[in-house]
Design a protein around this ligand. Sequence first.
Ligand code: SAM
Length: 264
Amino acid sequence: LIKKKVYSKKSEFQDILICDSFAYGRMLLLDGLTQVTEADEFIYHEMIVHVPLIIHKNPRKILIIGGGDGGALKQSLLHKSAEITVVEIDKEVPFLCQKYLPKICGQVFKNKRAKIIIGDGFKFIKECKQAFDIIIVDSCDPIGPAKKLFSQEFYQNVFQALKDDGLAVYQSGSLFAQCQEIKQIFFRNKKFFPFVNIYLLDVPSYGEGAYVFTLASKKINPLKVSLNQIRNKFNKISGKTKYYNPEVHLASFVLPQFIKEHLS
Ligand code: SAM
C-alpha cells in the first residue's frame, strides 16, 4: 500500500505518519491507523458535513471536534451562513496537513469564517451551553486522547452545547468490525436525544466495508426531511460535491437487517 514515507513524528499525543501510497495518493496515519487520503477523503468529509447541515434549517454556528486535517472544515465552508470553530487537540496535525496535504485542506484554516482552537474537545464542550446548531465529532477511534469523546458524559455535554433544534454527528467506525462500538454510541446518545440514527457510506482506504456515522438530533427527525427539502438546501451549497447528493443522502439511512436488530 505504502510507496514512500514523507514525514513522521511522535507528537505529544500520537505517532504521526504522512506517506505516499500506490492507490490513494498522499495519506495521514495516526498511531498506525489511516485517517485521511487524498483520493477518497471527499466521501468521508462530504457525508459527515452535508448530511447534518442540510437537515438543519439554517446552520450558522458549527463546532468541529478533531478534524485537524481540515477536510470537514473545507466542506462546512460551502455553506455560506456557517461560522465554524475547530477544536483540535494536536497542533501538529493542522500544521503538518497544511504543509504536506494541501490538496485536502488548501487554505481553509485561514478563512475568515473559521476559528481554530488548539485544545481538548472534551474540556472545551463542558463550557458551552446552547451555543451550536451543529456539532461534528471528527475524531480518531476510541483510543488515546479521543477515548473520552465516546463517553456518556461527553454526549450529555454535546446535548447541552447544542441549541434547541441542534444536531450532532459522530464518526462511529466500521459497520462490521466495530459493531459493538456503534451500539454503544447509539444507546449512549439515546439517553439524551429523542432522535438517534445511523447512516452509511463507503471509505475504500479504510478497507473495512460500510462505514457508519451516528446522527443525534434534539428536535428534527432526520427521517422526516423530504427529498424536495433536501434538494432545495443542496442547490444553495456554494460548490460542487463528488459523493453527496440528495438521493445518496436519503439512501444512506437505509440499513441492513442485522444492524436494525442490534439497534432496536
Ligand atoms: N477521518 C478520521 C478518522 O479516521 O476517523 C478522523 C481524522 S481527524 C485527523 C482526527 C483528529 O482528532 C486528530 O487530528 C486528533 O488529534 C483529534 N483528536 C483526538 N482526540 C481529541 C480530543 N480529545 N479533542 C480534540 N481533538 C482530538
